[in-house]
Design a protein around this ligand. Structure first.
Ligand SMILES: *[C@@H]1O[C@H](CO)[C@@H](O)[C@H](O)[C@H]1NC(C)=O
Ligand SMILES: *[C@@H]1O[C@H](CO)[C@@H](O)[C@H](O)[C@H]1NC(C)=O
Length: 344
């Protein structure tokens, strides 16, 4: 762990030079506590500014879904998702509807084949409980990871979405889930979404991880990270969720990926800049040409210390970026997942 950690520090110093003050204002707005050290896996800011925080790992048979009130700085349980011990992806469909993907964790952080599901929830502004509208099984996968809801092909920009794309990190592929037909299928696969046989750990078999969408005319760009290959890239996808262009790599991790050094989930702005979480302690901004700037990390003095950053999402304004962490500190102690807000 120490040598791997040193590698990570080396990478950041060669990238950023000597430690410098933070470039943006970052504030930890919430953290679980060491007595209940929930590993946050993802986040989604709702229109009422509360934050859904799917988490990984629980006793089962059902998992509680937490929501964070930014004003009070507290978390509460808004729903209990049946037959699940891990929550991974989260996306908004519109009309106060949301999807959270889950599974039952087996060996090696994998889902038990046949346990994956997409839960459709209704959460009204300010409501203290969600209604589970549907639970759609997603057979034949051992992983569901980053999730996006594809904007509808027609109708107003806020028309309800029905097609979800989910990264299957272990399968090196992207799955399509249709909330109307309640079916799932292979959307596409590509060698650039797959694993890396040179890395003999669970990171080596964790290909496409984070997903994010940006409109591009009648189609969209699907941005992704690939943990095993240490890449951040994009491809053109249509509003049916099908691949209509080649995969392009935009940026690479500084040193070969490993258990303590890999890209996790990402946020993308309307201008096409990415904010990528970099395990185990960094958040970087990647410009459209692939240039990287460290926003938070050991090379930034006085910034918030990220404990295992797992996901980033924009808030209700394009200037608000939120980062979720698993909450594991640099010595491996579970201190509780954090939510950090950054004005960008
Ligand atoms: C969030 O917390 C504030 C302050 O305690 C409270 O006034 C507000 O009602 C809470 N919001 C929700 C949706 O529970
Ligand atoms: C899941 O189980 C099905 C049915 O037994 C099998 O065909 C498939 O190969 C399995 N998939 C994975 C990813 O293990």
């Amino acid at each position: 762990m120490n040598s791997l950690l040193a590698l990570g520090l080396l990478a950041s110093s060669s990238l950023a030079g000597p430690p410098r003050p933070p470039r943006f204002t970052a504030t930890e707005i919430f953290s679980f506590t060491p007595s209940n050290p929930i590993f946050i896996e993802n986040l989604l800011v709702l229109p009422d500014n509360r934050i859904l925080v799917p988490h990984f790992g629980g006793p089962g048979p059902d998992s509680p879904l937490y929501i964070v009130n930014q004003t009070s700085g507290t978390a509460s349980i808004i729903a209990t998702l049946p037959d699940s011990t891990a929550q991974t992806g989260v996306a908004a469909l519109g009309n106060n509807k949301y999807v959270v993907t889950t599974g039952v964790v087996g060996a090696n952080f994998e889902f038990i084949n046949g346990s994956a599901a997409a839960h459709v929830l209704s959460i009204l502004p300010g409501a203290s409980t969600a209604t589970i509208l549907d639970t759609i099984p997603v057979p034949n996968t051992i992983n569901l990871n980053g999730l996006v809801a594809v904007p509808a092909a027609s109708g107003p920009p806020n028309a309800e979405r029905h097609i979800l794309l989910s990264a299957d990190s272990r399968g090196g592929r992207v799955l399509k889930i249709n909330t109307v037909t309640r079916t799932s299928s292979l959307a596409f696969t590509d060698p650039l979404l797959g694993g890396n046989p040179n890395i003999p750990t669970s990171i080596g078999i964790t290909g496409v991880n984070g997903l994010n969408w940006r409109d591009r005319g009648k189609d969209g760009w699907l941005y992704f990270t690939n943990s095993a290959q240490g890449t951040y890239g994009r491809l053109k996808v249509n509003r049916q969720g099908d691949k209509v262009g080649n995969v392009e790599i935009i940026s690479n991790i500084a040193t070969p990926p490993g258990q303590e050094n890999f890209f996790d989930d990402l946020a993308i702005t309307k201008r096409g800049e990415a904010y990528v979480t970099w395990q185990t302690d960094k958040l970087i901004k990647v410009d459209r040409n692939g240039g990287q700037t460290i926003i938070l990390g050991p090379s930034v003095v006085g910034g918030v210390v990220l404990r295992y950053p797992v996901a980033a999402k924009l808030g209700n304004s394009e200037r608000e970026l939120y980062v979720a962490t698993g909450g594991i500190d640099s010595t491996g102690n579970p201190l509780g997942g954090q939510i950090v807000k950054i004005i960008i």
